[in-house]
Design a protein around this ligand. Structure first.
Ligand SMILES: *Cc1c(COP(=O)(O)O)cnc(C)c1O
Length: 417
């Protein structure tokens, strides 16, 4: 390894090395192919030359092409134009941006919120800004407790904060292992950390499991730690009114910091946010580098995201439909004899074992009109390859039945059931 680092790679051999890497990825079946969706996103889409039941999208509420969302985006475009050609603090703020930030905060039960171009950027911003801040102290250490399965953007945010200042310790606890976390917090009491942050996904995207936030809230409180929860897969999804994992766990309004995306349930286009105390949000407006040095969200997206919150606050019919569809699919796919990871989330991992089975099955399902992606090592543990089904309020029961029939036929052919 050290030898190849020391060896100069000319431009020509650089490109050769890239070709070799790509060929290896194809051989190892880790190369990611894209199957274009030929038209709009929805419960049923056009792809691979035919109609497909879409089971791979994060379009949980079916808002990606909801008529009200499309209309709101058009109005935003007409009234506020295409773009602002600026970052927020120079001249990239319209009343619309401030309105959306207030609406996100109100919906999630926090004091304030700050938009970013994505949740990925928001997560990076949060850790780098907060733990990079001196805050008057000169001699200190901080600590972050992070679930081993946290999203890549949390991991990168933590990395950034540990590069910027060398005063942040990382304690990665095993996935959802409350006991390990509790022990670590207790052991660290004597260390007198300046800031302790507990960071977790609200919902984990490979498993469709949620973090037991009631326990987290109690633990954070009794250890004087800041609780950070990434609600990207949960806002608009979990809880009777779609307020996410905190609502589901009975701790709505009790999470210190919530990050989330506008790119999943809330319209599916782009954008992310951090929600929390007013002073923390104001601090991020001053110190977040992705906020300070990257463009402001386009008004069409902002207007549509406000409409998404309007839809959610008016009534819970889409959330209810999502929950009903999820219950239905979970029950029926098990009845066919498939093994799934139990849970309540519209992410339904259908376990098939070997990577090659997951590959064959997703390819054959695509031929039979079901668009679903397989996940295998190294994304999930070896031998735990799965098809990750994602249910949406955009599905009708007949769509789900069509998908289930294809699952049954392909599953039998491949000996999975
Ligand atoms: C999807 C996702 C993100 C990234 O959101 P973007 O807005 O697409 O950048 C971050 N965190 C989690 C947990 C996610 O699932």
């Amino acid at each position: 390894m050290s030898q190849s680092v020391a060896k100069k790679l000319g431009v020509k051999s650089l490109y050769q090395a890239l070709d070799h890497e790509l060929a290896q990825a194809k051989e190892a079946k880790t190369y990611k192919y894209e199957v274009p969706v030929e038209g709009r996103m929805g419960g049923v889409v056009q792809a691979n030359g035919r109609s497909q039941v879409m089971l791979a999208s994060n379009n949980y509420l079916g808002l990606a092409n909801h008529p009200r969302i499309v209309e709101a985006a058009k109005k935003g475009l007409d009234k506020y134009g295409y773009g602002l050609a600026s970052v927020r603090f120079i001249c990239g703020t319209q009343p619309l941006h401030l309105e959306l930030e207030e609406r996100i905060a109100r919906f999630l039960g926090t004091e304030a919120a700050i938009l970013h171009s994505s949740c990925f950027a928001a997560n990076e911003a949060f850790f780098a800004a907060l733990l990079g801040a001196q805050l008057g102290a000169s001699d200190y250490r901080d600590v972050i407790y992070s679930d081993a399965l946290n999203h890549a953007s949390i991991i990168d945010g933590i990395r950034l904060s540990r590069i910027a200042v060398k005063t942040t310790d990382l304690n990665a606890y095993k996935h959802n292992n409350i006991q390990q976390l509790r022990t670590a917090l207790a052991e660290d009491k004597a260390k007198d950390y300046r800031i302790s942050v507990i960071a977790t996904d609200g919902v984990f995207s490979m498993e469709g499991e949620y973090a037991p936030l009631k326990e987290f809230v109690e633990m954070a409180k009794s250890n004087d730690a800041l609780l950070f929860v990434d609600e990207s897969h949960s806002t608009g999804v979990l809880g009777a009114t779609g307020r996410g994992t905190p609502e589901h766990c009975g701790v709505h309004g009790k999470i210190d910091v919530i990050s989330g995306t506008l790119g999943k349930a809330l319209g599916g286009a782009a954008g992310g946010f951090i929600a929390g105390k007013k002073n923390l949000v104001d601090f991020l407006r001053q110190k977040s580098r992705p906020y300070t040095f990257s463009n402001s969200l386009p008004p069409a997206i902002v207007a549509a995201a406000i409409e998404a919150l309007n839809i959610l606050e008016e009534d819970s019919s889409l959330v209810e439909k999502l929950h009903q569809n999820t219950d239905y699919f979970r029950k029926e796919v098990k009845r066919l004899g498939f093994t799934i990871l139990e849970g309540i989330h519209p992410i339904v991992p259908v376990m098939v074992g070997e990577a090659s089975t997951a590959m064959d099955m997703s390819n054959q399902l695509l031929e039979q009109g079901v668009y679903v992606r397989g996940l295998w090592y190294p994304v999930v543990p070896n031998g735990e390859a799965r098809l990750r089904v994602q249910i949406s309020a955009a599905h009708e029961v007949e769509d789900l039945d069509r998908a289930l029939a294809a699952f049954a036929s392909v599953g039998k052919k491949l000996g999975v059931i």
